[in-house]
Design a protein around this ligand. Structure first.
Ligand SMILES: C[S@@+](CC[C@H](N)C(=O)[O-])C[C@H]1O[C@@H](n2cnc3c(N)ncnc32)[C@H](O)[C@@H]1O
Length: 318
């Protein structure tokens, strides 16, 4: 659940009661100043930005900073004004004296906490997706469907120019809201969202990449083949292996080559004193990533040996 919604209090206006900002008298407090180790300037928190408040037990609370706003927990109130204008990694205290470390949320943290309409692609899959798709600054990408905008965020942050097709107007609006909330309104110069059905066709051409997260991507492989430039990369994210099978059958028929399907398993470890072992729980399954490359028009021609187009490349090729 969205931490802001869970707290149910972010942005509420002051309703009385004292709040504290700084350390208790005589208490030393960690606070970065000036420049980070890498030499990058430390930017103070601004109104409208998101901050992640982490309490002494490691619990995380995502808040959007607003002048006069308050963050309420069982441990008291933190005034947003205590954070606005402060450098990242400042520690603030609630009205009851609880300490919170305030940092900017990472993309992964925002994806897991942000308001969702549809299921998001998890961070463990977003990273590999960027590499499998070889996303680069300025890449011309067609993405469909947008859902909550998690993949859009990752693509845009990597510098791509994204045209997004989403069949549901409410999800398209949700994706735009989540993306701009994290990356700012300026990113809309590289994010063109259209409410439309991918299965009916792709208008764009000369695309570098086509990335799909919708139920029947095999219905769009011909559109993708026509819209991608030769050498362009197609990727589909699918939760079920029967969907993967249908897609893998369709890809060579549409002239795609070098198809591969992977699943990403991520297992975290518990490390505390002498207790060093894998965590008891993990996200066991999310989805399969299937990638393939456009070989251009030539690959769409029959091979003449009875093999399907594209069969002469990749695993199993003679
Ligand atoms: C699982 S969600 C995508 C989540 C998204 N990748 C993210 O990371 O937040 C699937 C989306 O595909 C959309 N969709 C389904 N069929 C579609 C179609 N034919 N054309 C465009 N979008 C479609 C759904 O409305 C839904 O928003």
């Amino acid at each position: 659940m969205n931490a802001e919604a869970a707290a149910g209090t972010d942005g509420r206006l002051a309703s009385g009661g004292p709040t504290s900002c700084g350390p208790a008298p005589g208490e030393a407090i960690a606070h970065n100043e000036g420049e980070s180790a890498g030499g990058a300037a430390i930017r103070p928190f601004l109104a409208g930005e998101k901050a992640l408040l982490i309490d002494s037990k490691g619990r995380r609370h995502l808040v959007t900073l607003r002048p006069g706003g308050q963050f309420h927990t069982h441990a008291g109130v933190v005034a947003h004004d205590c954070l606005i204008g402060q450098d990242e990694a400042v520690t603030v205290r609630s009205s009851h004296g609880a300490r919170y470390l305030a940092v900017r949320p990472t993309l992964a943290e925002v994806v897991l906490e942000m308001p969702r309409g549809a299921q998001v692609i998890y961070p463990k899959d977003l990273g590999p997706l960027l590499i499998m798709a070889d996303i680069f600054p300025g890449a011309k990408v067609l993405e469909a469907g947008l859902g909550s905008g998690a993949l859009s965020m990752a693509l845009l942050r990597a510098g791509a120019h994204v045209t997004g097709y989403e069949v549901r107007e409410d999800f398209a609006a949700r994706a735009i809201a989540n993306v701009t909330s994290f990356l700012g309104e300026e990113v809309l110069g590289r994010y063109d969202v259209e409410v439309r059905d991918l299965y009916e066709g792709i208008t764009e051409s000369g695309l570098d990449r086509v990335l799909l997260d919708l139920p029947e991507p095999w219905r769009a492989v011909d559109h993708a083949a026509a819209a991608l430039r030769p050498g362009g990369i197609f990727i589909a994210y699918l939760p079920s292996v029967t969907q993967v099978m249908a897609l893998r059958e369709a890809l060579p028929q549409a002239g795609f080559v070098l198809a591969e399907t992977v699943e990403v398993l991520q297992r975290s470890w518990h490390i505390e004193g002498q207790s060093v072992r894998p965590d008891h729980r993990m996200v066991a399954h999310t989805g399969f990533l299937t990638a393939a490359r456009s070989a251009g028009e030539r690959s769409a021609r029959p091979t003449g040996d009875g093999a399907p187009p594209g069969a002469a490349y990749g695993p199993g090729a003679p």
